[in-house]
Design a protein around this ligand. Sequence first.
Ligand SMILES: Cc1cc2nc3c(=O)[nH]c(=O)nc-3n(C[C@H](O)[C@H](O)[C@H](O)COP(=O)(O)OP(=O)(O)OC[C@H]3O[C@@H](n4cnc5c(N)ncnc54)[C@H](O)[C@@H]3O)c2cc1C
Length: 395
Amino acid sequence: MDIDTEVLVIGASPAGISAAAAAAAHDVDVTLIERKKEIGNPPHPANTFFEGMFDRTSEIIHHEYVIREMSGMHIVSPAGNRIVHETPGYIIDREKFDKYHAKGLIRNNVDIMTGVSAHNLIRKKNIIQTSTSDQILASNIVIIADGISSGLCALIGLHPTKYPHDIAWAIEAEVEADGIGDPDFFEYYIGSIAPGWKATYSPCGGDRANLGVFVRRHGQDVSRFFDLWLRRFAEEKNISDVSDIRIIRRHTGGDPIATIPNETVSDGIMVTGGAAGQSGICYGMRAGEICGMVAAKAVAASNTSKKALSEYRHIWEKELESEYMLGRSALEILRKMDDEEIDRLTGMFAGVNLSRVTGAGSPRSQAIRVMRFMLRKEPKTALSLLSPLIRSGIG
Ligand SMILES: Cc1cc2nc3c(=O)[nH]c(=O)nc-3n(C[C@H](O)[C@H](O)[C@H](O)COP(=O)(O)OP(=O)(O)OC[C@H]3O[C@@H](n4cnc5c(N)ncnc54)[C@H](O)[C@@H]3O)c2cc1C
């Protein structure tokens, strides 16, 4: 049977674009299909990352898509304890970011088809046939990078995440108010204001900011949390009338932050990015790079079996799995704590610059340093709050 392309990537997500680029860089014939008519438009609301995350990718940050450089983050407890973490962060123009990376694909001769949706996949011997809104495309490998909600994996009986029901459902709004964009630290509020994860304040400069809530296990409609967050935010910032915060645009969506990758390969098929529980722009990009590199190697060796493609899973596990497990354990502890416990925990960091405690190094070694700090400062409280994390193997 003739093939149309050696590797077909479905979805121009950060992971999909990176997978296509990595495969093409290894001299295989790559086609990327994207259901939007234009890559990056409408833009995905995900528009921030930290340098330590971007360092995971093999790329460097380009200033043509950076809107604003930030000095770090404040983590704020229900009673207002602030943990300060100085770490370079970025707010990006997501449309420019996606288009910048799509240009790289064109340079690498990736065939890009926009306005084309994948509907189903059928495996015939060593060929995967993908039916799309345009035509049927035959390829040696299909990389599914279609985000959390498109459902192609379910159609073919793959279970790409361990905890598919643990998506953080989000509302993020672009807002406007006098001077709201001035501070250069992100603020993340934790506790019952956004159970299971965070309420966010990203000052974008001038009078613009993004405000969001990311909530787990309270259904997909999180608007009541968003309304509470707007009121709390107005109080925090001494804005007397909530209606002075003008909402320009609201985005809704799901973040697979705590869903954890599971089955990410099958014969001729690989899954990457949010679809595989690899949440986050930068971590998705790195997963995509590994995925594309292994896909190219498999095509060159004419072996696209699940066993050959499992190298992707092995490399990913070695490089990134412990960070995801650490993140999930931390979010689980947070989800199970009440506001008072969160205040006690964050109270230990009063007046402390978290960046001095964490130092440099991997997130795992940073987490261990944070735990040591807590155990030294308040052993009893730390032990009672952290024992689930220690039991999960992080310590
Ligand atoms: C409101 C919100 C804010 C967030 N903010 C951040 C942030 O600031 N920083 C961060 O790191 N992470 C953030 N996240 C998490 C982040 O969204 C994801 O981890 C990230 O977008 C990874 O992308 P993805 O793989 O999920 O795919 P997506 O970005 O969802 O991309 C999937 C692509 O596939 C296309 N597609 C889908 N189905 C098909 C199909 N059948 N055929 C063809 N094409 C298809 C879609 O059109 C889309 O372009 C946020 C999440 C949400 C919901």
